[in-house]
Design a protein around this ligand. Structure first.
Ligand code: NOJ
Length: 549
């Protein structure tokens, strides 16, 4: 079968959380010029596109995911001219830019909502979802993903409005054609500027069940992938498909079984999806380690559902909403830290799909030892902490949970150097810096051929040079092995096998027939060189990539 070459299949992506990436105007907050100053670094790493989380005007209740003006740049990040310059220079570096598209909700400061809440008769009233209260208070029992009721009472008109996230993030009413028209115009406006695509936020929530629907076991069922959503998504797809862009939907609640419909090569709504299955496997409270068998099942379900040209995957182990992967899936212990970071790199970079590296992941950044709740910014984490305290949990116990679960673990400033402010800024940043900047930073890792950073570069290069690692088929071996993740990629005669010990203990396995043979070449390893034998012992977090001669 001839390969249909596509730029977004071949490129490796890099997610930038601008507030914490690089500060050039010394206000302690990252900015657009900071991103521009690091384009050489990103190019060197082998990055083909960056995804920038929201940089639009926003009161920043949810760090930019509450947009008050879609067509303005937030002052702390820079100006529209600086954005245009970034786009131009990124393109000159061969790096494309995809933007975050937040269209499930706006900020309560957006002019549409300001109008909407002013009167039941207002022209913008139906841009949002308003309902009368009941005897029990809110219109129904739906709860917000960020905690508490999903409804907020508004005195001015004596009605409630719906918010799936924070109360300052009212949900847009997608049943109103005017809302869609405005959003689609805004999308076209950005695309006309020459950006290369979108990561589409919270898109599985745009359709709501009838308001009479009561919550079920899954408290978010009434606004997660609700039947009827197809109609809205088809209209959105028709806007996207006029252009050669990358679209990746954030699709909480979409299963591998439905994936073909969402990302099918022909009629799919997006090019790829961020699924939630493999990430939610690490249970932050009770279980301290990764369940390797379930992890493999979750990954494999998506790899096989979209195989044979059906669709394409988005691959990730980290983003701005989850703790650092070394801390959750690998090990922070000094003997394992770097090895496990490299093992995790091989657990996603060489699968079928487009990899997204989250800033700092490529140097093996870890979770932050937050001292108190005052160090936390994320609105959902604060809500969660105070709910625990109210229900009688001891503050230290609550902080223990917070340290393991907080989204802010991923939002500490990028560690460029070992200097006081990590080379991120010249002054105290908006968010605490991880004290391990002394051991984990870009500058030192650039100079160390064994660093996590240089390992990432090698893996990216290997993927670039071998089509089987991009377009090849995926096969899982040893599905029931509790420590090893073994998979192959194959395109015609080109064959690779990747073997990763995802545990802290030695692992042994009888490798399957077709990966035992003598003529396999070791391409890459995070430990010393070994040869494949039928019965092989793998050191903790050891990972190897072999190519058939
Ligand atoms: C998902 C984003 O990744 C997250 O950061 C945000 O809080 C919610 N959507 C709401 O927009």
């Amino acid at each position: 079968m001839a390969i249909k070459r596509t730029w977004w299949k071949e490129a490796v992506g890099y997610q930038i959380y601008p507030a914490s990436f690089m500060d050039t105007n010394s206000d302690g907050i990252g900015d657009l010029n900071g991103i521009r100053s690091k384009l050489d670094y990103l190019k060197e790493l082998g990055i083909g596109f960056i995804w920038i989380t929201p940089i639009y005007e926003s009161p920043n209740v949810d760090n930019g995911y509450d947009i008050s003006d879609y067509q303005k740049i937030l002052r702390t990040y820079g100006t529209m001219e600086e954005f245009d310059l970034l786009l131009k220079e990124a393109h000159e570096h061969g790096i494309r830019i995809i933007m975050d598209l937040v269209i499930n909700h706006t900020s309560d400061q957006h002019s549409w909502f300001v109008e909407s809440r002013s009167s039941v008769k207002d022209d913008y009233r139906d841009y949002y979802i308003w309902a009368d209260g009941t005897i029990d208070g809110p219109p129904n029992d739906w709860v917000s993903i960020f905690g508490g009721s999903a409804w907020e009472y508004d005195e001015t008109t004596n009605q409630y409005y719906l918010h799936v996230f924070a109360k300052e993030q009212p949900d847009l009413n997608w049943e109103n054609p005017r809302v869609k028209r405005e959003l689609f115009q805004m999308i076209d406006w950005w695309l006309d500027k020459g950006i290369d695509g979108f990561r589409v936020d919270a898109i599985s929530h745009i359709k709501k069940a009838p308001l009479e629907t009561r919550s079920t076991e899954d408290p978010f069922d009434s606004f997660k992938n609700v039947p009827g959503i197809e109609k809205h998504l088809e209209e959105l797809r028709d806007i996207f498909k006029k252009r050669d862009i990358l679209t990746v939907g954030e699709a909480n609640g979409v299963s591998a079984v439905e994936a073909h419909q969402w990302v099918g090569e022909k009629e799919g709504y997006f090019n790829m999806l961020f699924e939630f299955d493999h990430i939610s496997l690490w249970n932050k409270d009770e279980q301290e380690t990764l369940d390797v068998i379930h992890f493999k099942q979750a990954i494999t379900a998506w790899q096989t559902a979209l195989a044979d040209g059906v669709g394409w995957n988005a691959l990730y182990m980290e983003n701005h909403d989850i703790p650092r992967s070394v801390s959750s899936f690998g090990s922070e212990e000094i003997v394992f830290r770097q090895t496990s970071a490299k093992a995790l790199a091989l657990s996603f970079l060489l699968l079928q799909g487009t990899p997204f590296i989250y800033q700092g992941q490529e140097i093996g950044m870890t979770n932050m030892p937050f001292a108190s709740i005052d160090d936390i910014d994320a609105v959902d984490t604060k809500n969660f902490y105070y709910e625990m305290i109210q229900s009688g949990v001891e503050p230290e116990k609550a902080m223990h949970v917070i340290r393991r679960t907080a989204r802010d673990n991923a939002r500490t400033p990028m560690q460029w150097t070992a200097e006081e402010y990590a080379g991120f800024s010249k002054r105290q940043p908006w968010m605490v810096i991880n004290p391990n900047k002394q051991e984990i930073n870009v500058l030192d890792e650039l100079n160390d051929s064994n660093s996590v950073l240089n390992f990432y570069k090698k893996v990216i290069q290997l993927r670039k040079e071998n089509e089987a690692l991009i377009y090849g088929s995926y096969k899982l071996y040893l599905p029931d092995h509790p420590q090893l993740f073994v998979y192959s990629r194959r395109l015609a005669e080109e064959r690779f096998v990747i073997i990763i010990n995802l545990s802290k203990e030695f692992a042994s396995a009888d490798l399957p027939e077709n990966v035992q043979i003598e003529d396999w070449d070791l391409q890459l390893s995070n430990l010393n060189e070994y040869k494949i034998h039928q019965h092989t012992i793998f050191a903790p977090y050891e990972a190897r990539v072999y190519k058939h001669k």
